[in-house]
Design a protein around this ligand. Sequence first.
Ligand SMILES: Nc1ncnc2c1ncn2[C@@H]1O[C@H](COP(=O)(O)OP(=O)(O)O)[C@@H](O)[C@H]1O
Ligand SMILES: [Mg+2]
Length: 248
Amino acid sequence: MIIAIANQKGGVAKTTSTICLGGLLAEFGSCLAVDLDPQGNLSVGLGVEVADSQLSTYDLITEQVEVGEVIVSTKSGISLLPADITLAKGETEILTKVGNFLILKEQLEPVKSEYSHILLDCPPSLGLLTVNALSAADAVLIPVQCQFFALKGLAALLETIQSIQKRLNPELKILGVLPTMAEKNTVMTKDVLNSLRQRLKGIQIFEPVPKSIKFTESNLAGEPIHTYADDSKLIAPYKEIASLIAGE
Ligand SMILES: Nc1ncnc2c1ncn2[C@@H]1O[C@H](COP(=O)(O)OP(=O)(O)O)[C@@H](O)[C@H]1O
Ligand SMILES: [Mg+2]
């Protein structure tokens, strides 16, 4: 099963959620995580610094190599297709290619059966890399930060998902929305959760992930939250989603 983690807003915990879910899924079976953000935060967050000569998702998306050549293992047990800033150049290089939205799907094909789950960590835009992710995915998880303007932009994302379902990938499902950085008992968090429930009828809203500095610390340590912090309140929302995904 291939899951895209997408939201064109930056800083909503796409990458953190990819690491947390990936770590749990790697324990259930095996997980490949794909860094589709030229900022390379997923790679760094898994403890991988991409060296100048190293193959990355740039080489994959520009079809210069096969997927197996790019995969690296990480200490968390997650296999990784790493990225660095060259990926930004890659996105422009494939702009005029025919069928460019299907490159990632085709490139992942040879390893699809080797991993029980593949997670696609999308960049903060609705550009060609995100469209590639949504075309390759079976389902999309949408992290939403419990902050002012959290819902701004969500309509555009849902419209993009609908167009992709209609034209490119009829099998794409919305796994659900994951509220992140929730602060218990604050008016803002309550407002965001209420608006999500009212406006997104028919879409699963998962248990919110609490706001905690432990997530940033675990990112810096290159570890998923469940091995970094022994705090079930922080881990529970990710466990719920990982069990749901693994059970399918
Ligand atoms: N639940 C959380 N509580 C507090 N900080 C968090 C939480 N989840 C993520 N963060 C932090 O928020 C910042 C943005 O998260 P990140 O996963 O990089 O977002 P995105 O990939 O959507 O840009 C990072 O510094 C990360 O450590
Ligand atoms: Mg990110």
